[in-house]
Design a protein around this ligand. Sequence first.
Ligand SMILES: *Cc1c(COP(=O)(O)O)cnc(C)c1O
Length: 364
Amino acid sequence: MGQLRIPGPTPCPPEVLEAMGRAMINHRGQEFVKIFRRVTEKLQQAFLTKNDVLVLTGSGTGGLEAAVVNMLSPGDKVLAVSIGVFGDRFASIARAFGVDVVPLKVTWGMAADPAAIAQALKDNPAVKAVLVTHNETSTGVTNDIAAISKVVKGAGKLLIVDSISGIGAIECRVDAWNLDVVVAGSQKGWMVPPGLTMVSVSAEAWKAYANAKIPRTYWDFGEAKKYAERGQTPWTPAVSMIYAFDVALDMLLKDGMDAVVAKHKRIGDATRSGVKALGLSVFADEKHASNTVTAISGPAGLDMKELRRILREENEIVLGEGQQTLADKIFRIGHMGWVTEKDIQEVMQAIKAALPRCGMKGTK
Ligand SMILES: *Cc1c(COP(=O)(O)O)cnc(C)c1O
């Protein structure tokens, strides 16, 4: 059996996929209300929060756009901390809506330094909110959101976190870490196909919402909250996805989020040691290497495109490519959600067998 080892969409357990095949129901009827309330409650448990968790139909990027349009006004100043492709995307969404973005860019492969964020906030006292990526999927780096939150909340700013490839797999304590808005995506760690974005909203974030002037309709958090209170969504939701989530969240919560986080740590460690044993390198600064995606670089002459082709065509293992300037410099293995150590061993064996045919010297 093949493996989809990209950082989203990720493989889904058969019981999750089966749940999606169920007949449609009235999204304004009592049956839907029961399922939707249940899913929302379980998401709050997984987010470790008492805050509202809004379930919106759309991709993760939709959730990022929703966070921007519900929290900010045109002309507001924000600090956008970017450590890779997705951090840049968050900043450009804000710019598209007329937000005054102060960029804080970090060398790709490195994590953001909380002290540098503190300094940027000192230098730019008018900043209202900080946008930051929890887990940068393009480089395989995890930011220390607990430490960043201390700095940002200590300075009295709103903290808006893209945790799309983090929460649900990597530790993310929404209440304990005082995170105002946290955006998640169904197709990453949640063992569910693409189609839903889940966003937690703190009391302080609701205050920002009340003053935010960017126009919005589809993504309006206030509408989503009003309808969620009666177990509904303002617009027709992706009903099949809600069925899928109901099943997947039971699987996740059965052993608790600490166990889910520990599993991803084990698998992240196994991936990194496997990579090094093959003579390849982990692209990320290893102190901050991600437990959901590993970006891998190799010696000069290694043809990564050919490596991915061999694995895809001969082993039915699909690996991720590098994005933008990393296109020919790295490849990526997604290891979030429904994944085991044995899956990773299989991937390593396939890479090992393919390397001598991909221009890697010193292997035979
Ligand atoms: C996947 C991802 C996104 C984009 O999500 P889409 O569902 O593709 O829109 C944004 N940020 C991060 C960190 C991601 O991993």
